[in-house]
Design a protein around this ligand. Structure first.
Ligand SMILES: Cc1ncc(COP(=O)(O)O)c(C=O)c1O
Length: 383
């Protein structure tokens, strides 16, 4: 038996056809775009362009799709925006629920004189937007926030935060890692300045491809952290000022983009509502079952309202890591234990430093798998 409940880390299975699409490109002619002047390269370039269009559509961005920039991951995109935009003396506001993809760049920047404050969520991971607004000062240049906690799934009040950012004239940077492909995220409605994404979680694509959608006026204020050849402006040693080249130096991960293209087709044709409803129904079933288990606390919100399909369990009186190990080694149930790269979130939820066992459901999971897992957990807690 093998049950995969680590979709918060990376989704499995990937969307149908993704593996074949990636392999097909490599076997059939992995030609570089923007460099080769032959039909095969133009064909790949066409698919890359189409992938930008699909992402612009998915995130309701009505601007030009050249503002969709490919990078290896959301981590790279967040680093690019934060390190390229903030200068010593600038202030940035974030939350206590962030992944280290946000926190580590901020702490690095703090060593160079950038100031940051993190608005504290409550012990369910719920953030009061007023608490965030109270931290904004005249020096605040940006708010950076995750759309959903990767530890307990709690959704952040993005609309309220967006309204605050617009009223207080600060840039809004969104980390969509745990929400993209499941929840509607609209660049236009939010007025977000940069929406960063990663292709391998609920977008159901391969690892190693992600990026950001960035508003053109904001892009001009972000100094690229990495620079190099782009196949454009080759007579110049200056970084091209235009998008996407400004942030896409070096050879792109074309197999990754082709895989993501295939995955996005699946997400589009299935619909994010259907994908979310499936995952959330499993989350609800799991939460209901967990409530009947003695000595187990599900951290975060009590139900599925306001949460992504993630459940973190704290086994009181037991070693969470040992539970996760038993689940895998004896029952083939794959989860993730520990702090999930988000120590501050665990401090907020009261699960630091021991961490939790995280169950993250995906489109490949079934009710039968959830029920099997609940039976196994019952056996473990009664042992
Ligand atoms: C909320 C959040 N942000 C950022 C990341 C980093 O994603 P990646 O490793 O794809 O850059 C993750 C991954 O777990 C995440 O959950």
């Amino acid at each position: 038996m093998s049950i995969y409940f680590d979709n918060g880390s990376t989704s499995f299975p990937k969307a149908p056809g993704v593996g074949e699409a990636v392999a097909g490109l490599i076997a059939g002619g992995a030609f570089n775009i923007n460099r080769g002047g032959y039909a095969g390269a133009y064909e790949v370039a066409g698919t890359v362009y189409e992938t930008r269009e699909m992402l612009a559509q998915l995130f309701s961005f009505s601007g030009e799709c050249k503002n969709v920039v490919f990078m290896p991951s959301v981590t790279y995109a967040l680093n690019t925006v934060l390190k390229g935009f903030l200068r010593p003396g600038d202030h940035v506001v974030t939350t206590s629920m962030e992944h280290n993809a946000v926190m580590r760049p901020l702490v690095q920047l703090a060593h160079t004189g950038v100031l940051f404050d993190a608005a504290g969520a409550d012990c369910r991971g719920v953030l009061d937007p007023d608490a965030l607004e109270a931290l904004i000062t005249p020096r605040t240049r940006a708010v950076v926030v995750t759309a959903a906690s990767n530890v307990c799934g709690t959704l952040m009040p993005l609309r309220d935060i967006a309204e605050i950012c617009s009223r207080r004239h600060v840039r809004l940077i969104v980390d969509s890692a745990q929400a993209a492909g499941l929840f509607p995220l609209s660049m236009d409605e939010l007025g977000a300045d940069a929406l960063t994404f990663t292709g391998h979680k609920s977008l159901l694509g391969p690892q190693g491809i992600g990026g950001m959608i960035v508003r053109p006026d904001f892009a001009g204020e972000i100094e690229p952290v990495i620079s190099g050849g782009t196949g454009s402006m080759s007579d110049s040693e200056e970084v091209p000022p235009f998008l996407p080249d400004r942030f896409e130096p070096g050879t792109l991960n074309l197999p990754g983009i082709i895989g993501l293209h295939c995955a996005l087709r699946f997400v589009q044709s299935t619909g994010i509502d259907a994908l979310r409803n499936h995952d959330i129904a499993l989350t609800g079933r799991f939460l209901k079952g967990v409530r009947t288990l003695p000595g187990v606390r599900a951290v975060g919100l009590p139900g599925t309202e306001g949460r992504a399909p993630i459940v973190s369990l704290d086994f009181t009186g037991r070693d969470n890591a040992a539970v996760s190990f038993t689940l895998d080694s004896e029952y083939g149930i794959m989860t993730r234990c520990g702090l999930h790269c988000a120590p501050r979130a665990h401090k907020t939820l009261g699960t630091f430093p021991h961490g939790t066992v995280r169950f993250a459901f995906g489109y490949g999971n079934t009710e039968a798998e959830v029920d099997t897992c609940l039976d196994v957990l019952r056996r473990i807690v009664q042992a």
